[in-house]
Design a protein around this ligand. Sequence first.
Ligand code: NDP
Ligand code: 8X3
Length: 256
Amino acid sequence: MKKRVLITGASSGFGEACARRFSEAGDDLVLCARRMDRLQALSEELSGQSEVVIQTLDVTDPQAVEGFLDALPEASREIDVLVNNAGLALGLQPAHEADLQDWQTMVDTNIKGLMHMTRLILPGMVQRRRGHIINIGSVAGSWPYPGGNAYGATKAFVQQFSRGLKADLVGTPLRVTNIEPGLAETEFSLVRMKGDAQQAADVYQGTQPLTGPDIAEIVYWVTAVPPHVNINALEVMPVCQAWSPFAVDRTLGDDL
Ligand code: NDP
Ligand code: 8X3
């Protein structure tokens, strides 16, 4: 059955790939992000096979989010699937050197933005007794690594918030899923490295990372399983990635 899918952060990476995947299936799309030129180009590409509505949105702006649905054409306001994908990491400095503003931006986007969108869309889903919230978490929400401090903590929020939503929605036909990707080549590292293309490329050097289409296929699949099946969480890494061993320092000696 055809769905209306709202994707945040549809201007690049996972969001853009999800737009293509749902469009391929013939679903209707509502796409948002801050970069309208990107959304415009995507809409022109996909409009032949899907109904596509685009709207600029900064998910960190509560007032903009509040007015988002009302600004859509009336026929596009009933959302069946919300892909809470907009998000970012900024910096890889250790906590004592990190930029506090970067931490605030990650909290505002990855936590508050996701809450704003959920609170906007969820009541209509509950009322219509139809809907699926798909949050894009991260392996960083479960597994710490140096420099992942605030970013990982925002994704730990996404993990637990997703579980909380699922708990609240028992007794409704709604579904909630947290997708937790590992190393994936998108614009993520370019953003994290503040536009340094060489540093961003180094992240993927010698690896075969996940891609936008890899994650989009999984996002699509969790919506396609029978309606009584809820994929609660799905952690996915490329074959080349695994967890680190515990760090053990052997140099501190008399400092302790
Ligand atoms: P990209 O940088 O390619 O895409 C991020 C998207 O988020 C862009 O479309 C951007 O659009 C949007 N975005 C960022 N801030 C805002 C905002 N304030 N309001 C609205 N949209 C915003 O990275 P990915 O596709 O990789 O990232 C998508 C999600 O996946 C993020 O939540 C990220 O944390 C997560 N993730 C990424 C992994 C990776 O290794 N790539 C692994 C695990 C999780 P615009 O700038 O136009 O607003
Ligand atoms: C992005 C994956 O490992 O860079 O969420 O944190 S990682």
